[in-house]
Design a protein around this ligand. Sequence first.
Ligand SMILES: NC(=O)c1ccc[n+]([C@@H]2O[C@H](COP(=O)([O-])OP(=O)(O)OC[C@H]3O[C@@H](n4cnc5c(N)ncnc54)[C@H](OP(=O)(O)O)[C@@H]3O)[C@@H](O)[C@H]2O)c1
Length: 215
Amino acid sequence: MKILLIGASGMVGSRVAAEALSRGHEVVGVTRGGRADDLPSHPRLTLAAADAGDAKALAGLAAGADAVVAALPPARDGSPATGPYLAVAGSIIDGTRQAEVKRLIWVGGAGSLEVGGGKRLFETEGFPEAYKAEALAQGEVLDVFRELTDLGWTYVSPAAEIAPGERTGEFRVGGDALLSDAEGRSRVSAEDFAVALVDTLEKGDHVRERITVAY
Ligand SMILES: NC(=O)c1ccc[n+]([C@@H]2O[C@H](COP(=O)([O-])OP(=O)(O)OC[C@H]3O[C@@H](n4cnc5c(N)ncnc54)[C@H](OP(=O)(O)O)[C@@H]3O)[C@@H](O)[C@H]2O)c1
């Protein structure tokens, strides 16, 4: 499979790249500078410079790909997050359409996962202020995807905590509800999250669904 991966140098994106490459896929990794210094070079990895806001550039890079994967966050520097992020999502959707790629996987947020009582995680007391803007922006992007009928999208929410760790291959895949472990923690390693994402790509399942990955 040929995958256009936007955000290939990121905490999540670099692990998705490594997982996809290890399974024999071809990855075109996109960052603004065309660099992914922590990703070892690989014969099936090409790096390209493009801004995710440039739909035309993305379309050119996505030509002939089987799937587009987006793993880039909204602004984390305190500047407005939602509006610009919705624009980036629109650009990635447009670029995917222009390239006539039918599959689009979006690495989303945990904040919009349901926690019971009609509430989403980011609406609960104690949700960290530092993550609120990102969570809200990601929630709005999910609403955009829910209206999309012409692309085979999947919005993949990590557990509440995602960080570099071990690739165990053992995790659960859920739907719209937050998944927590026996100790009440919602967590997953970025490596296992990448396994689940590439599983979904390979199986072609969870089309036009939001899923979540957690222990
Ligand atoms: N628990 C949670 O809900 C949770 C926690 C963490 C992350 N996430 C989600 O996971 C995804 C990935 O986050 P991350 O932490 O892995 O991000 P990250 O480490 O900051 O990596 C972001 C990647 O995107 C690239 N990028 C950023 N803006 C770009 C643009 N305009 N055009 C092209 N490339 C761009 C960056 O490269 P350059 O800067 O070189 O362009 C980098 O490769 C996001 O959707 C984030 O919201 C969710």
